[in-house]
Ligand binder design. Structure first.
Ligand code: FAD
Length: 517
């Protein structure tokens, strides 16, 4: 009798799964979504935007886009998918501002949540000794900045570009020139509100549901949807002294960078970039930077050389201009840059932080923003950076000058090793970001195929030379590659997935787990 009961139950379950699948296949749209009790709405036709991203290379169409008006809209939708059980293939991806590179915020025949619709509760700034701001997960950093500035405050750690969502950068790390001191953005969050892959709404922090808190940070969207984040703030400066100096000697360049990120009294922002085959570069800078010595600077030739630019900024308030000038003079006197290449500029704090947006506006006006972006971001251990530079800048990239190449070190001690991000083994590592734009239909060195081949050569070299490099904003096609990426952290990652999203509903565009694991 038990056997018959078992067979009957199994048959019913099997038939239910088949019915759900047939429903999905034939109707195309899970009709049950239409009847879910939510405050916002689903759109089933206007889904094209959700199948695009900044990378402009992958396009997976969802079945529906959820425009939530409340956290409970998100919880209701996930609970609905959760209750369909492992038989359903429906997945769900949060889309922040869609600035992923390889479809990470997309969900093929699944549901995409347009996180920017989740407006409430509104941003709330708390002043006091340890100020912070509570923001919706889909809020853009530029708006977080403006809201905090109303109280004379600002977040401490940034990305170079602020038109990205809080949930999107916290799912990766959020790295910029302040990370050497404050750590990445994921080191500057006090608390999160999350909807897990089971549809549960959970508040988490260092002290409350700490494992979920650490899982989510750098967790590539795998463990829950960030609906709210509490971001640490500091008093905001009004102005920034913005400085660029050049090196032709890579050793001197990195020695100075590492000295500056380790010093007590130092700049507030430390980055750098590589200049390959750029004729007339310094002339281009003149619109925004003044050479300290115009005559000598005009005689400096950048043509055909590999140069390394150290980019620095010091925050200040106008009543302290003299003091900050002296501090900068003293700091610069410790460096070994080419003396004729000191360029200075001043900007308001907002102008400085939002600097990449200016380039966006220019590129958009020329139709050059919405092109393929085959970017490659690597984290490289300090002891291997010379090896890397010699081969990559001196050999692999010799015939190209496509897009910026950022290079700067950060201190690992400012990262929390309980979060989900994986890092190189050493105490200091470099972010090296290759940020090209591909010219559509070009077959030359600025074409997509050529750039992708170059990226592969760089990755192959890193692997063959055992440099211990980790990808930032990682992208892989197989689970074996993901396992290699996570290394000894893979087991923890799997445990977290089983705990918070056991049916592998969330963030399918990262291609880490097949539904279900
Ligand atoms: P999306 O592309 O929308 O999403 C990214 C991933 O996060 C997806 O898997 C998505 O499902 C998930 N996700 C999104 N929102 C949530 C949420 N609320 N909860 C859970 N998961 C979520 N990065 C840096 O660190 N430093 C930089 O200086 C930097 N500069 C950049 C400049 C430009 C021009 C661009 C295009 C990108 C830059 N990035 C930088 C990379 C950027 O941080 C990531 O691509 C980030 O994910 C983009 O945020 P988004 O809101 O567009 O995320």
């Amino acid at each position: 009798q038990t056997n018959t009961l078992f067979i009957r139950s199994f048959t019913i379950l099997f038939l239910t799964c088949i019915t759900i699948k047939l429903n999905l296949c034939f109707s195309g749209i899970p009709s049950s979504l239409k009847t879910l009790p939510i405050d916002g709405h689903f759109s089933f036709d206007d889904i094209h935007q959700a199948a695009r991203d900044f990378g402009n290379r992958y396009q997976y169409f969802p079945l529906a886009v959820l425009h939530p008006k409340s956290v409970s809209d998100i919880a209701t939708t996930i609970t609905h998918i959760w209750q369909m059980g492992p038989g359903s293939e429906l997945t769900l991806a949060a889309r922040g501002h869609g600035h992923s590179l390889e479809g990470q915020a997309q969900a093929h025949r699944g549901i995409v949540i347009n996180m920017e619709s989740l407006r409430g509760p509104e941003m709330q700034v708390y002043t006091g000794k340890f100020p912070y701001v509570d923001v919706p997960g889909g809020e853009l950093w530029i708006k977080v900045l403006h809201e905090s500035l109303k109280h004379g405050l600002a977040p401490k750690s940034w990305t170079d570009y602020l038109h990205l969502s809080v949930g999107g950068t916290l799912s990766n790390a959020g790295i910029s020139g302040q990370a050497f001191r404050h750590g990445p953005q994921i080191s500057n969050v006090h608390q999160l509100e999350v909807v897990t892959g089971k549809g549960e709404v959970v508040t988490c922090s260092e002290k409350q549901n700490a494992d979920l808190f650490h899982s989510i940070l750098g967790g590539l969207g795998q463990f829950g949807i960030i609906t709210r984040a509490r971001i640490s703030l500091e008093p905001a400066p009004k102005m920034v002294k913005w400085i660029r100096v050049l090196y032709s000697d890579f050793s001197k360049f990195t020695k100075d960078q590492e000295h500056l990120i380790s010093a007590e009294n130092t700049f507030d922002y430390i980055e750098g970039f590589v200049i390959l085959n750029r004729a007339g570069l310094l002339n281009n800078w003149r619109s925004s930077f003044n050479p300290q010595d115009p005559v000598q600077a005009s005689q400096f030739k950048s043509d055909g050389r590999i140069l390394f630019c150290l980019e620095l900024a010091k925050n200040y308030n106008p009543d302290k201009t003299n003091i900050v000038n002296k501090e900068i003079e003293s700091l610069l006197s410790q460096l070994s840059y080419i003396s004729s290449t000191l360029f200075l500029s001043e900007a308001s704090y907002v102008e400085f932080l939002d600097r990449v947006h200016l380039s966006e506006v220019k590129l958009r006006s020329k139709g050059l923003w919405e092109v393929p972006h085959p970017w490659l971001n690597l984290l490289i251990p300090r002891s291997k950076i010379h090896n890397f530079a010699e081969e990559v800048f001196g050999n692999i990239l010799t015939n190209t000058s496509n897009g910026p190449i950022l290079i700067y070190p950060v201190n690992k001690s400012k990262w929390d090793n309980r979060t989900s991000i994986v890092l190189p083994e050493e105490g200091i590592f470099y972010l090296v970001a290759f940020l090209p734009s591909a010219v559509p239909s070009s077959t030359g060195s600025d074409g997509l195929e050529h750039i992708l081949t170059q990226n592969k050569r760089i990755l192959d070299f890193c692997e063959a030379a055992h440099l211990g490099v980790k990808q930032y904003l990682p992208h892989y096609n197989t689970q074996e590659e993901w396992m290699a990426h996570f290394g000894s952290r893979w087991e923890v990652f799997i445990q977290r997935k089983l705990a918070y999203d056991p049916l592998a509903i969330l963030a399918p565009g990262q291609r880490i787990f097949q539904k279900a694991i």
